[in-house]
Design a protein around this ligand. Sequence first.
Ligand code: WTA
Length: 645
Amino acid sequence: MGDHLDRRREEEILEAEQQVYPPPEHITASANVSPEDYERFRQQGTEDPVSFWEDRAHEMVDWFEPWEKVLDDSNPPFYRWFVGARTNIAYNAVDRHLETWRRNKLALIWEGEPGDTRTFSYYRLCREVNRFANILKGMGVQRGDRVTIYMGRIPELVFAMLACAKIGAVHSVVYGGFSVEALAERIEDAQSRVLITADGAWLRGKIVRLKDIADEAVKRSPVVETMIVVKRTGQEVYMETGRDFWLHELQQLPIASGYCETEVMDAEDPLFILYTSGTTGKPKGVLHTHGGYQVGIATTLKWAFDIKEEDRWWCAADPGWITGHSYIVYGPLILGATSFMYEGAPNYPYPDRWWRLIEHYGITILYTAPTAIRGLMRFGDAWPNRRDLSSLRLLGTVGEPINPEAWRWYYRVIGKERCPIIDTWWQTETGNFMITPLPVTPLKPGSATFPFPGIIADVVDEEGNSCGPDEDGYLVIKHPWPAMLRTIYGDPDRYVEQYWSKFREQGWYLAGDSARKDKDGYFWIIGRIDDVIKVSGYRLGTAEVESALVSHPAVAEAAVIGVPDELKGNVIYAYCILREGAGAGPDIEEELKQHVRHEMGPIAVPARIEIVDRLPKTRSGKIMRRVLRARAMGLPEGDLSTLAD
Ligand code: WTA
């Protein structure tokens, strides 16, 4: 613990701890959860989390059949929530709104990067989802089958996810910024026979050729029998007869009718797999279910972001990550909210694209990542100042610790000191916000403040004792919660090992982050304690990048580390040992970067690649990343006594 490399964060925290931003009066007066209710819920959630979540399950969603038991903890850590209940998340997100005035309310407003727009009422959304669901059924997709979805940020991505949920299929969305090997590996692990993709996606005025990447991935993972392709960018693409089908052509067929029965699912039936990076080996398929997940995301979104009927909510994440799953797709729709989605880059064609969107669509809540805030801050205040941002009432951040400087800029220049900043700490595995302020919480810049009601979080030392004020320790969750992951798809042992073995006796969930609490009980996240690197808020594993590097014929061995970066939070440095006689050219570093881009995607490309003769290793052969990091940052290398040579 207390990695000396995180000294900068330490200094930031000590300074920011002293600053408190009380919630504005106009927010407190109308918040979904008043300060008094908040206290009451926190108390109930601490004393009896099970009854707390049961109340929310009644309040937030509809059930076809009630549960027999709220929490089954007879076989930890394989917890089950709302045992015996019947539901379908698609029913709560779509179908049920058609029985109310919301059938005519906008569910989704979308703008493409080139400036084209599309809007969908709940009624129209339902039709789109039903048609897609019928097409999937027509392609032979059945309950429990896995469907991989690989697309840009377009409405069809949302329809495809909901269509899977509706018919009881399990979706596995792969972020559109990933490339061949990342996609192939995820298809393979999930054994998806159907892949939904698009011809391309727009990014900074250029076409990302998704279909070409999909074709190459499917060559490596030939389990895919059917590809459904959305026409988005319009360039010529290869279509394999009998395997590949255009969505718009399928939609003309009689099978694509506008009505589709919603499958009755068990609360514990799987809803989706989302791959995420862990400490070792290949990415893990985090599995979430229909029941508890929807209770968790609806409650957290409604309370933390104070969602009201008249809001226009914009979560600027990508649906390919958990933030998009929970808070672009399912959460807002369950609440019957109006969501905005934008396809492209924040600074295209000019650095004010986001601010124009807020002005044009009257966005009331913006939820984004520190890296985006820092990126836009770089262009100066004039760009946002030229736009009318007065519709905003709340701001949010997620993905990595936000440095107080970026926090203050966001607060002052974007929020005009009227909008609380909701800094939400959570993970793919947790499903929903875990540590977050509510709009009524007094804020400290860079702190995610307090655990959400019903979540028992703590910072503990090696033995499991609670740490004192300002003492660094392991962030743990001490009681199960409804939206928690249920397992790692196909690898229950890894689920136990990864999250539950460190504090096995106590039965606590290990988050993989270091954190501290200050004297007022505010939580401060410091960073990952494992080999996960957060690059621009994207979660990557050193192992994944290393295996992409060694898949190049010239590379014998590779070690990858994360190094702090002003803009991106962290960047990747890679150290490679070349194979003798591999005939590496003079531009080998550049060639390796291209190789990683092709295999993994642009986000995984190392900022720097260094060719070395040896790597620092322990006598048992483990790479000492700590030493590499220290060297990269010009810091003392610490204890080298375990170094092999
Ligand atoms: C980090 C993203 C500080 C953390 C939702 C966590 C954060 C990892 C915050 C999960 C935050 C997320 N402050 N750090 N507000 N939010 N993190 O699975 O290290 O992509 O463990 O989920 O992001 O990343 P993931």
